[in-house]
Write a protein that binds this ligand. Structure first.
Ligand code: PLP
Length: 362
């Protein structure tokens, strides 16, 4: 790969940011960009000022949705280091998504390095209050100005950064979930396991319907029988029973979450009985009635851990753990955030340290 070209106009500082950052509303001063050209492969890697972009109206992604993305977080540790959580794992998943949508793969080490460079340049944008982070959004999309249906020949890869607030600015509040059986998000052998905009387009209407009924999110059932649980909103789901913890087994329609993977590993290290298997919505309803169900929580980069306080399926409104956050959920949240902020040692090597490599201003 070529060396990154730097076009950096000014020292990058976050100014005038409100105290409640929310999610994905504010963006830092610089982006990373590179192109894919058939004759050159990935080329022109550049870190440059954040600006609007101009597109040909026939740009392929706008018509046929050939695009993939990742969502990653960088944190400022208590020692003042800027760290990225599981950077390689996320970029490997980006490549898995790429293969399914006929997008050329990227060089994982090169992209991780580019991400480190960008984050270190924007280090002063990493918010430092507990729960806050710098959200990293790498994404790739088809660029050919052409209306024929086939994979694009040219692509753009961008990384943008957004300082984000604590998911729970007023404390850990359990969410209300509606089990969705009128719509499906994904089917096996479809796009479910890819991080691609199409899955989000498929989910919007159900989420709007749920919100109108007073719920925060939707629990998706499998796309064929609508019998087995898959994911909740944009998170993976875990069910805590008295005798085991279960998360749905990856089957091709479930997004393989990096937080899911981390939580499974931590639970195994804690000696918990954690199983990945198919789990039906009927089993959950039965376990609720018999008292075997202890708790439900979601996992994802944005919220880290999100307790479910209420699950509604057909005529069953199930109040989970009296609507309070589960004990296990809080322990997991504490464990993960302690690793993020360098409060606990990073025994799994999940953190990528970013340090400035002597960038010169032009
Ligand atoms: C990103 C995502 C998740 C969570 O994955 P993480 O890697 O833990 O952030 C879960 N479900 C869907 C549909 C997603 O897009």
């Amino acid at each position: 790969m070529e060396k990154i070209n730097y076009i950096i106009k000014e020292p990058s500082r976050a100014i005038n940011l409100p105290s409640e950052l929310g999610f994905g509303r504010y963006f830092t001063n610089h982006i990373f960009e590179m192109d894919y050209l058939p004759e050159k492969g990935w080329c022109n890697p550049t870190i440059k000022p954040f600006t609007d972009m101009a597109f040909h109206p026939a740009t392929m992604v706008l018509h046929y949705g050939q695009a993939i993305f990742e969502g990653i977080k960088a944190f400022k540790t208590i020692n003042g280091d800027a760290v990225i959580f599981r950077a390689e794992t996320h970029i490997e998943r980006l490549n898995n998504s790429a293969r399914r949508i006929c997008i050329p793969e990227v060089d994982v080490n090169f992209v991780v390095d580019a991400m480190r460079e960008l984050v270190s340049i924007e280090k002063d944008w990493i918010p430092t209050n507990k729960g806050e982070a710098l959200y990293i959004r790498p994404f790739i999309f088809g660029m050919d100005p052409f209306l024929g249906v086939n994979p694009s020949k040219t692509y753009k890869f961008l990384i943008i950064l957004s300082p984000v607030g604590a998911y729970y600015p007023r404390g850990f509040v359990p969410v209300k979930i509606l089990v969705q059986d009128d719509y499906v998000r994904a089917v096996r052998k479809g796009l479910g396991e890819c991080k691609t905009p199409a899955n989000y387009a498929a989910s919007l209407l159900a989420a709007e319907v749920a919100k109108k009924k007073g719920f925060d999110q939707v629990l998706w059932l499998d796309g064929v029988e609508q019998k087995y649980i898959e994911e909740v909103g944009t998170m993976n789901i875990f069910i805590t029973f008295k005798d085991e913890i279960v998360t749905p087994k990856l089957n091709g329609s479930i997004l393989p979450g990096v937080t899911r993977r981390s939580v499974i590993q931590i639970l195994e290290e804690w000696g918990e009985n954690i199983n990945q298997r198919m789990i039906s919505i009927d089993e959950i309803v039965d376990s609720y009635k018999t008292g075997r169900l202890v708790g439900i929580f979601g996992t994802g980069t944005a919220a880290i851990i999100s307790s479910v306080g209420m699950l509604s399926y057909k005529e069953n409104d199930m109040l989970i753990n009296n609507g309070k956050p589960g004990e296990l959920d809080l322990r997991l949240f504490e464990e993960l955030t302690s690793i993020h902020y360098g409060i606990k040692p990073d025994t799994h090597n999940w953190l990528t340290y970013t340090e400035k490599k002597g960038i010169e201003l032009v």
